[in-house]
Unconditional design. Structure first.
Length: 354
């Protein structure tokens, strides 16, 4: 067993024996996300490196401490990428943290979520046992898909040691178009466009402006660009914009004192929520709204009426629940999974609330 991995296993075993909480940490770029950070630091960064990469098989396996930007640079050398565009929030972000947070970027509505690309994981559970789930092929799943369960688990079920991911070739062509329109018009237009054979990869609307990113074959992108119209955004400027959106570096994401960023997930056909300053992604299915933590009842009621839910993504004060409470049947499943993977309750204590 690798020395760094052996050290992680031993620390978890000792913590379990003493019922001592552990706080799993990689690059710390997502420490803001979740209810609270609690426990002795368990640093996964020493366990790093790409274990295997087969460009012809479209599969890469990396250890948890590997930096996301280093993995993406390696993939780019072979003309490949992580198509779900995980938010990085800085250069220190790790592969383990990427999977544990389960966040996807601008292309999610068109290419799928991070969890859809997880093929297998090596996991250290709350007993200090090293477990392997899944593999390196899409059909290597029998029974409960534990590998994908790790996506978004926030370290509450175990420490991700190693992960195998499906990757894809980078698109041959790309173009970004800009349209001036209201939120309602943008949502309606996106619903029409997405119902047609157009190479739409991502969309974003804010402050009366809709940006549409096309990706695919040269002929398809060229034809769609001509048919859709709009104003073309030069390639370098477009790349900077989508990168800033992915990492929440756009001016919209700057919060004033006392302000919070809410992430509202609703069907893309849902009408405007009219709650506050808004940015739409995922063709209208993800809506970022700036209000205060104390506006939780308003935001969550509006999300529920639209058949969705709301997360207090940034700017929480620790008193308002970050995540929408689960229905009792789902809550029972969560408790049962936690008891199975981490019976002593030492991992990610309080990160996802009670």
């Amino acid at each position: 067993m690798d020395t760094a991995l052996e050290s992680l296993v031993e620390k978890i075993r000792q913590a379990a024996a003493r019922a001592r909480p552990l706080r799993i940490c990689g690059g710390g770029t997502k420490d803001f996300y979740g209810q609270q950070l609690h426990g002795e630091l368990l640093d996964v960064r020493p366990f790093k490196g790409v274990v295997s990469y087969e460009p012809s098989e479209l599969v890469v396996t990396a250890r948890a401490g590997t930096r996301v930007h280093e993995l993406e640079a390696l993939l780019a050398e072979s003309g490949q990428c992580l198509p779900f565009e995980p938010p990085r929030f800085g250069v220190a972000g790790t592969v383990g943290g990427m999977v544990a947070a389960g966040l996807s970027g601008p292309a999610r509505a068109s290419v799928g979520a991070l969890r859809d690309y997880v093929l297998g994981v090596q996991l250290i559970n709350g007993r200090g046992e090293l477990l392997t789930f899944g593999g390196q092929v899409m059909k290597n799943v029998a029974g409960y898909d534990v590998s994908r369960l790790m996506a978004g688990s926030m370290g509450t079920l175990g420490v991700i040691a190693e992960v195998s991911l499906k990757v894809l070739p980078r698109p041959m062509a790309e173009a970004t178009l800009v349209f001036e329109m209201s939120e309602t018009s943008a949502r309606q237009q996106l619903n029409r466009w997405c119902g047609q054979a157009l190479p739409i990869n991502a969309s974003a609307w804010s402050d009366g402006q809709l940006l549409l990113r096309l990706r695919g074959a040269q002929a398809a992108v060229g034809s769609a660009r001509q048919w859709l119209g709009g104003q073309w955004l030069e390639g370098e400027r477009a790349a900077r914009h989508w990168g800033a959106l992915r990492d929440q570096a756009l001016p919209f994401f700057r919060l004033a004192l006392g302000e919070a960023l809410w992430r509202v997930s609703v069907p893309d056909t849902a009408p405007p929520l009219n709650l506050g300053p808004t940015l739409l992604e995922w063709h209208g299915a993800q809506r970022w709204i700036k209000l205060t933590p104390q506006d939780a009842p308003r935001v969550r009621d509006a999300a529920a009426r639209a058949r969705g839910h709301a997360t207090l993504f940034r700017g929480g004060d620790g008193r308002v629940p970050v995540f929408t409470p689960l229905a009792q049947p789902l809550a029972r499943i969560h408790r049962a999974l936690k008891a199975e993977f981490d019976p002593a309750g030492i991992l990610g204590q309080g990160r996802m609330g009670a």
